[in-house]
Design a protein around this ligand. Sequence first.
Ligand code: 4AZ
Length: 292
Amino acid sequence: MHVPIPAIPVLFRRRAAGSRRALIAAAALLPALAVPLAAPAAPAAANGVVVGGAPTTTDSEPWVVALASRQRFGSGRSGQFCGGVAVGPRTVVTAAHCFGQEALGVADWRNLPDLRVISGRTDLSGTAGEEVPLSDVWVNPDFDATTNAGDVAVITLSQALPDGAVIPMAGPADTAPYTAGTEAQVYGWGDTTGQGAYPDSLRTATVDVLADTVCEKAYPGDADGRYLRASMVCAGVTGGGKDACQGDSGGPLVADGKLIGLVSWGTGCAEAAYPGVYTRVSAVSGLVAQHM
Ligand code: 4AZ
């Protein structure tokens, strides 16, 4: 048996240092730590994905995948700890921070031999779909773990995904989906309450892309972090209640049929004043293409 999870996920240490959270899949750490899934009373607005969402399936969104390691994160939910997105038959994009030592517990992903990309498994308590080993991972060397800028990694799979379903990435010319007010969908198996309630089944929530000026005001660079418009996009809804949360990291934000963001970070989940922050895919799609 492999060495179990550290007693205190680093995510929490980070959070204690400031309320800003790095988007890590600490979600996945929690179940393995036997945090009850029956969480304390949820905020009134929180009941979904992702918070404030609704069920969906990998049949309808086959490019949504899970990153998983049972050794590290426990077997109950297939070991899920982050999301990912298939952008090529053998290429999955996710967040760089999903490959950090804080998340994996090892400096190199190769030292977590049961690391898999799970495709086609809406319900993580089941065995549907495929668990595909990784053959290579490119973690953006310019990822800045302090600001979370450049939060992207590219996984090359050891075999093609079964159905080959992929979603196109937004490129530099795709400015329309980043316009404030654009509706976008976020997908994931992350915390549905902000209090450690991890669902078995995939969820989605619809959020609005927000203006860079709004994101910059929410995250001006204090303890809550700094929003950087060149490399990030933020999304939320008026009044809060819908958002990505722990465990959704690396998963997709989709608008106009394109991948526009990867779940990256934020303060809390679904709070009105703190939108979710995503890696701006149009800023990194060229880099991704070089590594696929
Ligand atoms: C996390 O810790 C996380 N509300 C992901 C997304 C957001 C916050 C935290 C955005 O994985």
